[in-house]
Design a protein around this ligand. Structure first.
Ligand SMILES: [Zn+2]
Length: 126
């Protein structure tokens, strides 16, 4: 008696009935294996593109309440966080920093802003 099993299954790709040699088989043929693989790859790409579109569509200054809560609890802020608090673009803040308008410390490659400096500049400007 052969140890190999024979199970009638439905191919996930072409929906045809087939005799599976393994219970884990999902497709009837190598061809369907390839097709299902391609389909999955394509779906992954579509999902990625949809995600990127959603990100682009969202307002640029879109921040969640959780992010605001975290930013408000910090004493030291990154360029992006500081720009967010000042309601200016990160590029503008970079320019302000480089021309000395905005006090900041460079740690490695990153600019770090003290909350009190941001609050001070806000009072001076507005
Ligand atoms: Zn098939």
């Amino acid at each position: 008696m052969s140890s190999s099993i024979r199970v009638v299954k439905i191919c996930e790709m072409c929906s045809k009935e087939f005799i599976a040699k393994k219970t884990t088989s999902k497709t009837c043929s190598d061809n369907c294996v390839k097709r299902i693989y391609k389909l999955n790859k394509r779906n992954e790409k579509v999902a990625e593109v949809e995600l990127q579109t959603a990100i682009k569509k969202a307002p640029k200054n879109f921040v969640t309440e959780e992010e605001i809560r975290i930013i408000n609890a910090k004493e030291l802020l990154t360029l992006n966080e500081a720009a967010l608090l000042l309601n200016i673009s990160p590029l503008t803040l970079r320019i302000w920093t480089l021309c000395g308008k905005m006090p900041a410390t460079k740690i490695g490659k990153k600019w770090v802003y003290k909350r009190k400096n941001i609050e001070a500049i806000t009072i001076r400007f507005f």
